[in-house]
Design a protein around this ligand. Structure first.
Ligand SMILES: [Zn+2]
Length: 205
């Protein structure tokens, strides 16, 4: 082999090794604190949110940055009940659902959390659980092999569909309401989870 051939062969090997490399979990910044007495939750404690003349607000809000080491692209503002339920779901629902892919989730993509609005932002509709810090919407996740998975594109895909639907099913019963692409046209691109207190028990669609 000529020196040039050896060099090219080494380049190919180096590329192959780096492609298969797992991305390490992001380090948790020192300025964050444990939230809601749950060692799996790291973030920032916020002052009470009150919106005069409306039912919106959260008495003890937290801004969640990491859930069991999983980063969140957008930092959701939630109440502690919802943050703790999210942490349970990550550990016992979401991570187990991607085990068959031989991967771990390193980031969740949050598309909505606290927002003073009505359900599905429809005029005249009831106030949303998002307006009370009870709800979070998740549009997808990133794996430690760098692959990005989205509810919109992968819900029915052969590669990721089962994992997505598996983690969605694992949220049902843990959260009081779960809505996904099978629910209605408003949920084609995300999973809605909330901890609303209904007398009728849990609702999963
Ligand atoms: Zn929602």
């Amino acid at each position: 082999m000529t020196p040039r051939r050896i060099f090219l062969a080494l380049l190919v090997i180096a590329a192959a090794v780096s492609c298969g490399r797992r991305e390490p979990a992001p380090p948790i910044p020192a300025h964050l604190v444990m939230l809601c007495d749950d060692p799996g939750l790291a973030g920032v404690v916020l002052p009470a949110i009150r919106v005069s003349g409306s039912a919106c607000g959260i008495r003890r809000p937290v801004e969640v940055h990491f859930v069991s080491g999983v980063a969140l692209n957008e930092k959701p503002i939630l109440n502690c009940d919802t943050a703790r339920t999210l942490r349970e779901w990550v550990d016992r629902g979401a991570q187990p659902a991607v085990r068959s892919l031989r991967a771990r989730i390193t980031e969740l993509r949050v598309v909505s959390h606290y927002a003073c609005r009505t359900r599905n932002s429809q005029r005249g509709a009831k106030i949303s659980e998002h307006a009370k810090g009870n709800a979070i919407d998740i549009a997808g996740f990133t794996l430690d092999n760098g692959e990005r998975v989205s509810v919109l594109e992968d819900w029915r895909s052969s590669r990721y569909g089962a994992a997505l639907r598996g983690m969605y099913s694992a949220a049902c019963g843990r959260f009081s309401t779960t809505l996904g692409p099978n629910a209605d046209r408003f949920h084609q691109d995300h999973m809605h989870f909330d901890t609303a207190n209904y007398r009728g028990g849990t609702y999963c669609r």
